[in-house]
Design a protein around this ligand. Structure first.
Ligand code: FCB
Length: 403
């Protein structure tokens, strides 16, 4: 029984969540407000998975399956409900989460911002306001008090998607009609917001480095874009707007988070939307487990091979758990191949631990664990035991890569 490729002995095997998607009742956040103002376009997060109270059980299920890491986030809107007013009780709550993970031998990978912000921050102009750096770093200073021995810290999750969301929210506020229905081409994230986020990230990373011994990075939504003939020029521009800017922002970081789900081509008009296909996942994305290999190689090349990579999200929205196992096995084969080619990958964190609130929608189920939305009862799926067994064996076996 040979392993496919030797991964590092300290390779992280885990699963990810974000606070707004699992905790429930994130009342002070801009997302909670947006859900309620959306006139039915967005479903409500409500109690979510009641993860705020049930995190010990969630972590125990991951650890018992054989995983050794858990990525979760701290919710800014809880910690600082009004500007400058910090809740010690909420900070202590997150400290308990870190300690619970440690007690279960799960390496905590802690995200400081995952899409949702306090309402007051968004109201005063958000990321492009002149106060953004001060506001975020003031929060991060407080959080550092409870990070203690955490070794992996992510400042901002998917700044490229955050830039896109912020740009779209601003456009709608200015009266634009954004029809993003099936077959429509997505706009690219605005570089002005992107540059503002790079500044915020650098300032926040400096604070964390100064006050803790954690390895600091951020996580980028990788599109795994591939040009088709005629699309080369636009490909270069789009790759910059989607990823290059944020990979450059990771220059000097301790690690870069790779988040990958699908791959798309670029033609002379831009990113080609995934055509309708029975193979598409519940988010409408093309079934492309090979995307992870493309994403890892692009991120590694963009950062000149100087920044170690951590897969902080990879997974599939499906109601068919056998398909989740097939997708993930295939994605891991591509991870092994990238490592064999010299890409420095430090871990694999699956999205997601739980079926959770998928930003306005409950139907796309990404979880290794099902959650009953009324009773909050957790039911691990076979994919959790499967991923745990891969983790215990520290990677795929040689024969598994030949399947
Ligand atoms: C990423 C987000 C994560 C989840 C997955 C499916 O964009 O970071 O919260 O929604 O996609």
């Amino acid at each position: 029984m040979n392993r496919a490729t030797a991964l590092r002995p300290d390779f992280l095997w885990g699963a990810s969540t974000s606070p707004h998607q699992v905790e429930g009742n994130n009342l002070n956040s801009d997302w909670w407000r947006m859900e309620h103002q959306s006139q039915g376009h967005l479903e409500l997060s409500g109690d979510a998975c009641d993860g705020y109270h049930r995190y010990p059980q969630d972590m125990r299920l991951l650890a018992e399956a054989g995983l050794n890491a858990y990525r979760f986030g701290i919710e800014w809107a809880r910690v600082e409900p009004e500007p400058g007013e910090f809740s010690r009780a909420e900070l202590n709550h997150y400290r308990r989460m870190i300690e619970t993970a440690r007690d279960l031998s799960l390496e905590p990978v802690v995200t400081l911002h995952h899409f949702s912000s306090p309402r007051w921050f968004t109201d005063e102009g958000g990321w492009t306001s002149p106060q953004a750096v001060d506001r975020f770093t003031r929060y991060v200073v407080q959080v550092c008090d409870v990070l203690g021995d955490v070794s992996w810290v992510c400042t901002i999750n998917e700044p490229n998607i955050l830039a896109l969301m912020t740009g779209m929210a601003n456009a709608v506020a200015d009266g634009a009609d954004l029809n993003l229905g099936a077959g429509r081409r997505m706009p690219a994230p605005g570089t002005e917001i992107g540059e503002a986020l790079v500044n915020v990230h650098r300032a926040a990373a400096a604070v964390v480095r100064e006050r803790t011994s954690a390895k600091v990075g951020w996580t980028v939504a990788q599109q795994a874009l591939v040009p088709v003939p005629g699309g080369e020029d636009l490909y270069d521009r789009l790759r910059w707007a989607w990823e290059g800017l944020y990979h450059q922002g990771a220059e000097g970081d301790d690690w870069l988070g790779v988040q990958s789900y699908t791959s798309q081509t670029v033609d002379e008009k831009g990113i080609v939307p995934a055509p309708e296909s029975p193979d598409n996942t519940l988010t409408g994305w093309a079934y492309r487990p090979d995307a992870l290999g493309i994403a890892l190689r692009q991120a590694w090349a963009d950062t000149g091979g100087r920044v170690p990579l951590l897969v902080t999200e990879n997974g599939i929205a499906t109601a068919d758990d056998a398909r989740r196992i097939a997708y993930t096995g295939e994605a891991l084969r591509h991870l092994h191949a990238a490592v064999a080619d010299g890409v420095d990958v430090r871990g694999y964190l699956h999205w997601s631990a739980l079926d959770n609130f998928e930003w306005g929608h409950w139907a796309p189920t990404f979880g290794l664990i099902a959650v009953d939305r009324r009773t909050f009862v957790r039911t691990p799926k076979p994919s959790l035991a499967w991923l745990g067994s891969v983790a215990r064996r520290r990677g795929l076996l040689e024969e598994e890569t030949r399947q």
